[in-house]
Design a binder for this molecule. Sequence first.
Ligand code: SIN
Ligand code: FE2
Length: 205
Amino acid sequence: MAAAPMTIAPEVTLLRGFAAPTRPIVLAIEVVAALAPFRHLKTPGGGTMSVAMTNCGPWGWHSDARGYRYTASDPLSGEPWPPMPESFRALARKAAMRGGFPGFEPDACLVNRYVPGAQMGAHRDWDELDKRFPIVSVSIGLPALFLWYGATRRGRPLVTRVEDGDVVVWGGSARAGYHGVRKLAPGDHPVTGALRYNLTFRRAK
Ligand code: SIN
Ligand code: FE2
């Protein structure tokens, strides 16, 4: 039986264990990364992200000196992003529904890889065309602290521990919410070893 959805904030829902078991997801991530390797993107400000990223699906999120955008092909290879596994689509669709957003069909899956010490500063996911679609965020491997800032990037965030298989869904009035991930603590997870992965499903176009 799936755990009852938990409300982090209005229209921000935690689905504990919704994506478990995660071993098949990790195998699929390894297939994606064999085609489109993880890389540390540059921010428009000239920094380098501590989280390594790749993508699957029709659109992939990219950042460099020119800014943030979605691309249809991997800028490293010029090849289309690897296909999004059907199991990923189904997971995102079902999680969105459970989080109160039926009818979600993702066309982008950003894959984040955290090593201990990696973090994600307060930001919002705002490069997508149609903000009526939610964001579906799947945690895999080492636990992390997910930070929900809400309407502004300042102030003290709501802190939620996200563990292997947990899914967070936000949309509607929360779609513009600022969020981040605190510096990952070291650990050893049975599925991922010393890593945390995160899948972020979006409707980009
Ligand atoms: C993100 O905001 O893109 C990542 C969230 C997470 O890693 O849990
Ligand atoms: Fe995000």
